[in-house]
Design a protein around this ligand. Structure first.
Ligand code: GAL
Length: 687
């Protein structure tokens, strides 16, 4: 069947097969204009990553099917947030939106029909269907070249099921559709291909600086007195915190949501919000989009609602501009113009474990014509866009939390989170979802032991969001980490509480020190399309030792973060080429490193010959504040470190993006940085 090919930007091919559906990701209101100038600056490969004739397209009563080449030795990554595996080769992935993936099947809060290859290219299928990908396991019979060594008897399952030939293609099936558009992103390197995708989506989000501080979510049952008390304690104890989150109890009804304040628990919310803002806290509100009959939005939204209720609430069809506007205007009027800076968009995913009417069925219809399956894929991003607009209406550059996202996510300043709590899966999430231009936080809720607590906190020091989600415990975790005991008011002995509080402060201060580096990483995400958190395989795909490293990641340009879980004593990690130094001692490693950290230390390595500008920690970021830096030097000839110095909170940078500057080993800095950064000291950590 005929394929139509366009090259809308250098190194990006748009291939159309058959007749694509209307309800697809690229047609949604959250789609941003590609950053054409930045794409043009990437190295331009002369040819397509593989001969386009090798792509085969077929139609059947099931929908459409594509076969794409895969060469021996090639490995694939991506498919959105995949908590159960990093490397995606040799698997079957069905990209269903599901908040409870029980196995490594492709189910995810945030799947995306998108993969990147170590051979230096990426593929995006523009579909909101639950596509299935067979990533190199299934060789079509007709194409078998060399017969497998037929008679060998296999004795392990691994051997038994190993793919016999390495030239099996990727097979993608898109159900129901009569055609599909495929975007092919060239490299030449894997990182270049990812960058091309991110820039094509409009560049990564530049989150406000305050969102890089600590987030603390108060207990779901908290009252305004409780929240005020918590805020006071955090400040009195110098525990860093920028964002205070209110959970369902702020509303008069949840679940579904009234989106109205509880008069009983928050009678003086205006005063509370103002006093929190005066103390330097941003306020984040939990919600989901399913509207309870007592919501002022319930009646007006009725004509734009989906066929089925969720928790007795209406499901708005945000693909309809009027529906999105109703939601946006209401949020602007009631919340963002009243001092709320950020939202947590819960349960916009889907679940298989329907104890209550958890979400809408895939076969349901929406007034726009989308069905439930398509809506599940698109819902998170549509919802994010209405909330972003409501924030923009009040002049707020926001960053929020969300449970579902999909293709075209990079420009959206929302971080994914989950109820799942396996720590290794959580770490893998940080490493893996950068391939899909997504952000994920391995949040802390409660812990089994002090060591579990400390290591979960450490894992966020160099992650997209530092989030203490204490929604299910009435007391701060340093008083009691174990949820059941916290609920019962059984506190740890005084000395232990004190120690945990001190260590909490220490870990959060480590995070606060890295804000300048992290902020520069986000600016690189926007302007150059480089994901701020990257699996090692993204940068060094040619090194086979690094392809499965899923419990470590690069943060920004030069930091390699290797968090530990509570049950780990020691780990040997293969290192990328070049020298790597211990962040704290400056010790030099090459090839690999064996780490045995004590429970108070997060292992961090630094690329040889770099500068890490570390800020004197503050409890919270204030708009346009000046950071006092200590430049930590690693190696004999450290390269200058780049920093980005807009005001950190407004939209000014969008019209006037020139705020880059550098700090140098001699302690000098570009004048462009002078309003925001001051170098207080230079320290040679290792030479
Ligand atoms: C969950 C969410 C938690 C918390 C809780 C409140 O769905 O993941 O973080 O917000 O709802 O009921």
């Amino acid at each position: 069947m005929a394929m139509h090919c366009e090259i809308p930007f250098p190194g990006i091919r748009k291939l159309t097969f058959g007749e694509p559906e209307d309800c697809v990701p690229s047609a949604q209101p959250y789609r941003k204009a590609p950053l054409a100038d930045a794409i043009a600056e990437l190295p331009e490969p002369e040819t397509a990553p593989f001969p386009l004739e090798e792509i085969r397209f077929t139609l059947s009563a099931r929908g459409c099917r594509l076969e794409l080449p895969l060469r021996p030795g090639e490995d694939l990554y991506g498919f959105g947030l995949q908590l159960k595996s990093l490397r995606q080769t040799g698997k079957k992935r069905t990209l269903r939106v599901n908040s409870d993936p029980v196995a490594d099947t492709g189910d995810s809060h945030a799947p995306a029909p998108l993969y990147f290859s170590t051979a230096g290219y990426g593929v995006l299928l523009d579909t909101a269907r639950y596509a299935t990908f067979y990533t190199g396991g299934n060789l079509p019979f007709s194409r078998r070249k060399a017969a497998a060594s037929a008679g060998d008897i296999k004795l392990t399952e691994e051997e038994l099921y190993a793919s016999s030939g390495a030239t099996a293609p990727v097979i993608a099936e898109v159900p129901a559709a009569r055609g599909v558009t495929l975007y092919l992103f060239s490299g030449p390197t894997l990182l270049d291909a990812v960058r091309r995708y991110v820039l094509f989506c409009g560049g990564g989000c530049l989150v406000p600086e305050w969102s890089l501080g600590n987030w603390y979510r108060a207990c779901g049952t908290a009252t305004e007195a409780g929240v005020a008390g918590l805020a006071r304690e955090l400040r009195e104890e110098n525990i860093p915190c920028d964002v205070l989150g209110l959970e369902p109890g702020w509303q008069s009804h949840a679940y579904s949501c009234s989106l109205r304040w509880s008069e009983e628990r928050f009678p003086h919310r205006r005063e509370l919000i103002h006093s929190l803002r005066d103390a330097g806290f941003r306020v984040n509100l939990w919600e989901h989009a399913f509207l309870h009959p007592t919501s002022p939005l319930y009646e007006p939204m009725a004509e734009y609602a989906g066929e089925f209720e969720v928790w007795q609430g209406e499901v708005p069809d945000f693909t309809i501009p009027e529906a999105a506007k109703l939601f946006r205007d209401y949020h602007a009027e009631e919340f963002t113009r009243q001092g709320i800076s950020s939202f947590k968009l819960d349960e916009c995913d889907n679940s298989d474990f329907i104890r209550s009417p958890w979400s809408f069925p895939e076969c349901s219809r929406f007034p726009s014509g989308c069905d439930g399956e398509q809506m599940h894929s698109l819902f998170g991003l549509l919802y994010q866009q209405t909330i972003l607009d409501a924030c923009r209406d009040a002049g707020i550059r926001t960053c929020g939390s969300v449970r579902n996202t999909h293709a075209f996510a990079p420009p959206m300043p929302f971080v994914l989170y989950s109820d799942l709590y396996d720590h290794r899966d959580f770490l893998r999430g940080v490493a893996g979802c950068g391939f899909s231009g997504m952000l994920w936080t391995p949040e802390l809720r409660h812990a089994q032991s002090p060591r579990d607590y400390l290591r979960r906190l450490q894992a966020m020091v160099l992650a997209p969001q530092m989030l203490m989600n204490i929604w299910s415990m009435p007391h701060p975790p340093w008083r009691q980490l174990v949820r059941e005991r916290n609920l019962a008011g059984e506190f740890l002995p005084e000395a232990e509480q004190l120690r945990l509080k001190t260590l909490t402060r220490k870990i959060l201060e480590l995070r606060m020190g890295f804000i300048p580096c992290l902020y520069a990483a986000f600016a690189d995400y926007h302007f150059r399309g480089i994901p701020p958190f990257r699996a090692l395989a993204m940068e060094w795909p040619e090194d086979p030792r690094l392809r499965e490293v899923d419990q470590a990641w690069m943060a920004g340009e030069n930091l390699l973060c290797i968090p530990f879980t509570a049950d780990e004593e020691e780990r040997t990690v293969p290192l990328p080429e070049g020298g790597w130094r211990d962040y704290y001692t400056g010790e030099l490693f090459q090839g690999e490193v064996t780490l045995r950290p004590d429970e108070e230390t997060l292992p961090i390595l630094v690329r040889e010959n770099s500068i890490v500008p570390v800020a004197r920690p503050v409890t919270h970021v204030t708009d346009g504040m000046v950071y006092h830096l200590v430049l930590r030097l690693y190696g004999k000839t450290p390269r200058p470190a780049r920093l980005y110095a807009d005001d950190g909170w407004s939209f000014g940078w969008e019209n006037d993006p020139e705020h880059w500057g550098e700090v140098r080993a001699d302690g000098t800095a570009s004048t462009s940085l002078s309003g925001r950064y001051r170098v207080d000291a230079v320290e040679e950590i290792g030479r």
